[in-house]
Design a protein around this ligand. Sequence first.
Ligand SMILES: Nc1ncnc2c1ncn2[C@@H]1O[C@H](COP(=O)(O)OP(=O)(O)O)[C@@H](O)[C@H]1O
Ligand SMILES: [Mg+2]
Length: 248
Amino acid sequence: MEKILIASGKGGVGKSTMAVCLANALCARGKRVLLADCDVGLRSLDLLTGLGSGAVYSWLDLLLENCTAADALLQDEKKPLALLTAPNRLETPLEPSAFSEMLSVFDADFDFCLLDAGAGLSDLLTVFGGAADRALLVATPDAVSARAAAAAAELLQETTLSAENLRLVLNRYGRQDVRYGTSLSADEMIDATALQLLGAVPEDVHLRGLSRGETAASPAAEAFARIAARLCGETVPFREKKLKSVLS
Ligand SMILES: Nc1ncnc2c1ncn2[C@@H]1O[C@H](COP(=O)(O)OP(=O)(O)O)[C@@H](O)[C@H]1O
Ligand SMILES: [Mg+2]
């Protein structure tokens, strides 16, 4: 099971949306995906996936052996997707090794684990980063978001993650906005964050219906499918020409 942290530093840039949509795109490729909501106190994946109605236990309960793995796992009935919800609070600091061990219980059952981090640059982010094989830094195309993504990337490199395991994913990106000068270009974001680009997701009203279970085919869905393909090791050409970044 490959573990991918989705982080940003800044809140509201689309991490949770990205986690759910990428999970769906990976499932559509036949991959088995475990979503781990790591936004302690502000979980959202239970609502965004619609898998939360029977939620009793979080991954913390599993870590503390208050429940079994089967109890904690919320399984989608239609696709190979399951969710571990986040606890409301941590009574004691989270032990990095205990968190990694808890996740490793699922190693044989899933191809990918997507860890949806909360906002901020806390010690918790380094615990989740330390448990991950690589990380996606989500940013909207603006200077504030770029700074936050760069700061999160710097913090994550204090864990077992190194620069080559980090990628930038732009969200709410539109070439029209770049042309009108209302947003930074992909190249400017790459320069500002010193991260290689994995993909760019456009603004898409359909994404706001995620929590109502709406998953219409949309420009964003196509972008997520391309990003999912790249996560599976395929070389998918970037639509924007003349980008400095080499995609992998
Ligand atoms: N590409 C997009 N197009 C339109 N709305 C989006 C897009 N990405 C995210 N959103 C909206 O932005 C808000 C914040 O997204 P969310 O995924 O919760 O961010 P985060 O997890 O980083 O705090 C949500 O209302 C979501 O529907
Ligand atoms: Mg979120």
